[in-house]
Design a protein around this ligand. Structure first.
Ligand code: ADP
Ligand code: MG
Length: 456
């Protein structure tokens, strides 16, 4: 503590010796942010801006640094490198005279992630909080496998699916698990946008070496939403080399996208083919049972248990986006809290009012029956009658399904329309078609088409 901070010229002498042994670019990249805090014949204390630099210097440059310090101190100092806030003295005379040419900071940018470090993750996005189901079993299992043995199982792992289906959650789940179990690993998790921004900034500031080092010396690289790797040629070129370097070193690469590699319009063929080298796993829309499980789980986060009826209502009405499903649960719980109301179906309907298209008053059961009859080539009167043959029963069930979904008629009213059937028959038909549509994209498409015709 008693040593005074050495004169800047002392560091200049150390730096001069270092420059003799280290190529200029490397010196710039690794030593520019270094500061000499203390130097005596038996002790040298230095600081660097971040752990990343510290580790790298210790690993690669410790020998030359130590020799330089010995020479200047005329002793054999014990060298300590800390991560510190002290401003580095400029190592080039020119920098001091000129108005800082490279605003904002002359230091190499701090890495987003390093070892046990400072990845910014959502604490909720863990594997424990992820609910697997038929729509995401494979991506989920692949993510687990990669987290358990990075670089060894699936490389690259390419997850895709439409918005709000859990891609970011799985990527961060991998990060959480790795940070917990493999604190030795260097993990870099970032959005594609951040990657692009870093690259563009590095080019503008002439700091490509630092950029490359940062991206090519990680054990696990995760880039979220890679479809934003737009047609900026240089960025793709750079990413291509990053990919190759890491891949060849058996480092794990994990990417997410809103569509499968071949369907990202802006991505070059050579990258598309590389994305397919490992495993491409698609996340589909969650099936009904998964939606129910997710609703129950998210409700519990609010300390609430939703009645079955409410859970069913939400699961039936929000089908294609888990983020929206979550939003609906939050809204129901929030409204119950604010208005001090019980969580019931009325509250749920109110909560979802903005999210759902209003049941169109123009849609009539009549219109539905005519459209369905036309589509399946069966007579209208058969659909409304008693015949039970499959060729009639199935379209009839579809009618009931659509009537329930698209009109505001009660189950009884709908049952009455179809030859005086019981409301349980309508409920059964509705459930059956709903379930079948979960398993059959053909049926789901047919329903969509019919819905469009009926409502337009
Ligand atoms: P994406 O990145 O695909 O757009 P996210 O990962 O951001 O989607 O997921 C949207 C929301 O849905 C997040 O809050 C996430 O926690 C939640 N979510 C998605 N899939 C699941 C799942 N299988 N289990 C639990 N929560 C999920
Ligand atoms: Mg995302």
């Amino acid at each position: 503590m008693s040593e005074s901070v050495p004169d800047r010229s002392v560091w200049e002498r150390v730096a001069t010796i270092l420059r003799r042994s280290v190529p200029r670019q490397q010196f710039e990249t690794w030593f520019r942010g270094m500061a000499l805090v203390a130097l005596t014949p038996d002790r040298a204390e230095l600081t660097v801006p971040n752990n990343f630099l510290r580790e790298w210097i210790l690993r690669k440059y410790f020998g030359v640094l130590r020799r330089a310090l010995r020479e200047v101190s005329e002793g054999d100092p014990e060298v300590e490198i800390r991560v510190g806030e002290e401003d580095a003295p400029p190592v080039e005379g020119a920098v001091a005279e000129e108005p800082a040419p490279r605003a904002p900071s002359p230091r190499p940018a701090a890495p987003v992630a390093y070892g046990e470090s400072d990845v910014i993750l959502n604490a909720q996005y863990t594997f424990d909080n992820f609910i697997p189901g038929p729509s995401n079993n494979f991506p989920y299992a692949a993510a687990l496998a990669v987290a358990d043995s990075p670089g060894k199982s699936y490389n690259p792992l390419f997850l895709h699916g439409s918005v709000g289906l859990g891609k970011t959650h799985l990527l961060q789940g991998i990060c959480h698990r790795l940070m917990e179990r493999r604190p030795d690993m260097r993990i870099l998790y970032l959005s594609c946008e951040t990657f692009t921004n870093h690259f563009v900034t590095a080019v503008a500031n002439g700091e490509l070496d630092g950029f490359r080092f940062r991206y090519r010396h990680v054990d696990v690289l995760l880039i979220d939403d890679i479809h934003f790797l737009a047609s900026r040629e240089r960025t793709q070129e750079e990413f291509f080399h990053t990919f190759n370097t890491l891949y060849n070193a058996n480092k794990q690469i994990i990417l997410s996208s809103d569509s499968n590699p071949a369907e990202i319009p802006t991505i070059e063929e050579r990258l598309v083919s590389r994305f397919k080298w490992g495993v491409v796993a698609k996340i589909d829309q969650p099936v009904y049972e998964t939606r129910v499980a997710i609703i129950a789980r998210k409700a519990r986060v609010h300390g609430a248990t939703f009645p079955d009826e409410v859970v069913k209502f939400l699961a039936e009405n929000i089908r294609s986006n888990i983020r929206e499903l979550e939003g609906a649960v939050n809204k129901v719980a929030g409204m119950a809290h604010i208005y001090q109301r019980a969580i019931d179906i009325d509250l749920a309907r109110e909560a979802l009012r903005d999210l759902l298209p209003p049941p169109s008053s123009r849609v009539s059961v009549d219109g539905i029956v005519r459209t369905v009859a036309d589509h399946f080539g069966v007579p209208v009167k058969d659909l409304m009658g008693k015949r039970r043959s499959k060729s009639i029963a199935h379209p009839r069930q579809i009618c009931m399904f659509l009537a329930r979904r698209l009109t505001s008629h009660s189950l009884e009213e709908i049952g009455g329309y179809f030859g005086g059937r019981d409301h349980t028959t309508v409920m059964y038909a509705y459930d059956k078609i709903r379930r079948e549509a979960e398993d059959s994209t053909d049926l789901a498409d047919t329903l969509e088409k019919l819905k469009l015709k009926v409502t337009s």
